[in-house]
Design a protein around this ligand. Structure first.
Ligand SMILES: Cc1cc2nc3c(=O)[nH]c(=O)nc-3n(C[C@H](O)[C@H](O)[C@H](O)COP(=O)(O)OP(=O)(O)OC[C@H]3O[C@@H](n4cnc5c(N)ncnc54)[C@H](O)[C@@H]3O)c2cc1C
Length: 571
């Protein structure tokens, strides 16, 4: 079974011919460019117009990013979260900057496809066919995550039009996007939120600077009495507010795959380097601690990819009665991205100086891997979000029809019709316990079940009081501990679908048990934690993974060390 992406042997049996062509052309583009030129672009911080031209020429975004009704009759056009997510992984495998260009194009299109403004939609569809990229203008320098405080304004001119004024900060593709979906507030006595489109070529659009020193362009721009007509206005009022949060929901789901792609490429470089390095007459990978780092890195990587795959099914199958994706999505965002950082840390400890070398993908990725956890809401913001689901997840399960793997060639139109962005506490989940019980024959899953049961007791018997609940120092580690249960659940669901070898599942739960204990220690250490809560945290910490040397060795031999030389990007 192929657990990681390998572009030179790329295949996904689920893809139709048109989708395969998109992936094959992208792989061919990057492999023909070669690693050195990718790294040169990164080092010189050059805007990658060649990539944008390639995407336009091959109509790649034009196929991946419109709902089919805006595809101009092209049978390959559809908004398909499964392929968009895997495409994000592939782009990031080659380079984070090009992934980011794709990511912010997705965000920019969100409010447009959600809007009722048909002219704006037709314009976006036409621009996509012409090879355009898009941008999402939410953030402002002073306000960060606090978008309630947005200052950009639309003021009526008295002739049915408005003028936009204000300044946006951290806006990807702001240097090239003909349609920047921009969030503002109506200055017509209502203070309503509104979304409108602005165009970087307009003379009232001042491109001030690139806020970052990287290949991607993360713009600071200002609008000075920028004229906005009804054709440019996407939404106003609660619909504009919902569009901003619902767009972030869509974009968020492509961030985990960025971390996966980056970490996968690092893994190939690292295992190939270390397996062929001899110190004191011994291969580096023969040292037990090195082996441990590689095992942990590979298992974490497989878990990241597996979680994302299964979460995609829930995302594609979502509807107004099944909004479980609202938990699985921020869990992907905070968990998969942080795990990506951990994988690269583990690998870097081993490859040491090699990770600094300018001709490695690794040295670029070691910086890039830090980014995803900070985009589309920080880890804190996403953990706070998932806490809203904790009560129903543990104590109020409901039956749903099983969700099958979702690879049908259809649009995921619900993502553009998610409805009000509130009512999260009312979302119900299927019982997490049966899938764990189905794997209870594996000792590390049994250990994890014990920890989960203790966490449940903690919530039930000595749950956070009002003060603890309002204190992020307590609430955040508790949220992280909750996230690991959700993570484990979806990993097992996918393992069952793919009928994985049990050794891999059991070894994954080795690190999961260790992580669970780590979060329990964090809660234990919070000054406001009560004695009864500490006792239960201790119980969780005392559960250890069950060692199995033969199984560990088998996974190492059959899955991990065999990746030595498996992939190297063309020079
Ligand atoms: C490279 C890059 C590209 C970006 N691209 C875009 C883009 O294309 N379009 C766009 O609109 N924006 C973009 N952003 C902005 C990004 O979405 C913001 O970084 C994000 O909203 C957080 O704002 P901040 O980083 O200023 O942190 P702040 O909001 O200043 O947060 C400060 C601290 O407070 C914590 N915090 C904030 N709110 C809460 C909460 N509710 N609960 C707990 N803790 C909280 C944070 O976790 C953080 O630790 C980009 C940012 C970067 C770095």
């Amino acid at each position: 079974m192929n657990f990681l992406i390998q572009p030179k042997k790329y295949q996904n049996p689920q893809w139709d011919e048109g989708t395969r062509a998109i992936f094959d052309k992208t792989i061919a583009f990057f492999e023909a460019r070669g690693k050195q030129r990718v790294l040169d672009g990164y080092t010189r911080k050059e805007w990658d117009q060649e990539f944008v031209d390639f995407i336009g020429r091959e109509r790649i975004f034009a196929k991946l990013l419109p709902p089919s009704e805006y595809g101009g009759g092209d049978p390959d056009c559809r908004w398909d979260t499964a392929r968009n997510s895997e495409y994000a992984e592939l782009l990031s495998f080659y380079s984070h900057s090009q992934w980011y260009c794709y990511q912010v194009t997705i965000l920019g299109l969100g409010p447009i496809w959600m809007s009722k403004n048909e002219k704006a939609k037709q314009r976006a569809a036409k621009l996509l066919r012409e090879g355009a990229i898009f941008a999402f203008g939410l953030s402002e320098k002073k306000h960060g995550a606090d978008i309630y405080s947005t200052e950009t304004s639309l003021t009526p001119r008295g002739d049915g039009q408005w003028v936009a004024n204000g300044e946006k900060y951290y806006i990807g593709n702001g240097n090239k996007a003909k349609m920047v979906s921009t969030l503002g507030k109506m200055k017509d006595g209502t203070d309503d939120f509104c979304f409108f489109v602005s165009d970087f070529t307009h003379k009232a659009f001042e491109l001030k600077k690139n806020c970052v020193s990287h290949q991607e362009y993360v713009a600071n721009f200002a609008l000075h009495d920028y004229p906005i007509s009804a054709d440019d206005l996407l939404e106003r009022g609660t619909e504009a507010w919902d569009a901003s949060l619902n767009t972030v929901n869509i974009g968020k789901f492509n961030i985990g795959p960025a971390s996966i792609g980056t970490a996968e490429h690092c893994f190939y470089e690292a295992i190939t380097h270390s397996s062929n390095r001899v110190l004191y007459g011994k291969r580096v990978t023969d040292m037990s601690h090195v082996r441990k780092n590689f095992m942990d890195a590979w298992l974490r990587l497989v878990a990241m990819r597996t979680y994302q795959r299964r979460a995609t099914d829930y995302f594609r199958d979502a509807n107004e009665k099944d909004r479980r994706y609202l938990l699985y999505n921020p869990t992907s965002k905070m968990k998969v991205t942080l795990q990506g950082e951990e994988v690269v840390n583990l690998l870097w400890e081993v490859i040491a100086a090699k990770g600094y070398e300018k001709d490695t993908y690794f040295h670029m990725a070691a910086w890039d891997i830090r980014g995803p956890s900070k985009l589309e809401g920080t880890v804190h913001v996403n953990v706070q979000l998932i806490r809203k689901f904790m009560k129903n997840y543990f104590f109020n399960p409901v039956q749903y029809a099983p969700v099958a793997p979702q690879f049908a060639r259809r649009d995921d139109m619900f993502v553009f019709n998610q409805g009000p962005a509130k009512g999260l506490g009312a979302v119900r989940f299927h019982d997490y316990r049966p899938i764990f019980e189905a794997y209870a024959r594996l000792p590390n899953v049994t250990a994890f079940i014990k920890q989960t049961a203790t966490l449940r007791r903690l919530l039930e018997e000595v749950g956070p009081d009002e003060k603890q609940d309002a204190d992020p120092c307590f609430a955040l580690p508790l949220g992280e501990m909750f996230s690991i249960v959700v993570y484990g659940q979806l990993i097992l669901e996918q393992a069952q679908i793919d009928d994985w070898e049990q050794a891999v599942v059991n070894q994954i739960f080795d690190f999961m048990v260790r992580d669970f204990a780590r979060f329990a220690l964090q809660i234990y250490d919070v000054p406001s934690t009560k004695a009864e809560q500490r006792t239960l945290c201790q119980e969780i910490m005392l559960v250890r993974p069950v060692p199995d040397a033969a199984e560990y060795d088998k996974v190492w031999r059959e899955y991990v060390v065999v990746l030595n030389g498996e992939y190297a990007m063309n020079e």
